[in-house]
Ligand binder design. Sequence first.
Ligand code: HEC
Length: 136
Amino acid sequence: MITAVYRFVFILSLPVLLGLVGCDRQPDPEQGRRNLHLPKAGYVGEEAKGSALYTRYCASCHGRGGYGSEQGPPLVHKTYRPAHHHDLAFHLAVKNGVKQHHWHFGHMPPIPGVTPEGTSDIVAYVRKQQRQAGVE
Ligand code: HEC
């Protein structure tokens, strides 16, 4: 009889136990953004900061102003217009690097010095350069 009561109580508590486990497994959207090297939701990239970061971390390969060099392709190029390479491609490139696939410059290494916010700043700068060159 006592066992039956315990069993009954246990069964009643199951949804609660499962519910707690379920809560733990809810994806954390901020963690998801960090995994993709994205800044906090709502962060708006700043061109001026991006220009400085670009010069420091990207220009050696992608060239001054994004026009390419002997080490890497131009980012001011129709291949990298927003419709073809979404902003996320920039965040993932900075985080993971890029295997050679469009060009013949070799692989791009990850760029660990650039934060998710810094990457958004760089994207704002590169998009401005693209607009000015009529690459949209
Ligand atoms: C050591 C050279 C090097 C540096 C430094 C470098 N890149 Fe690259 N990057 C490359 C090369 C090479 C490719 C082309 C790979 C291919 O498609 O063949 C590339 C490709 C890319 C792409 C295209 C990704 C895709 O999905 O095809 C983006 C975006 C990019 N770089 C952004 C950046 C940014 C932003 C920085 C600075 C924070 C940077 N790169 C620094 C060499 C470099």
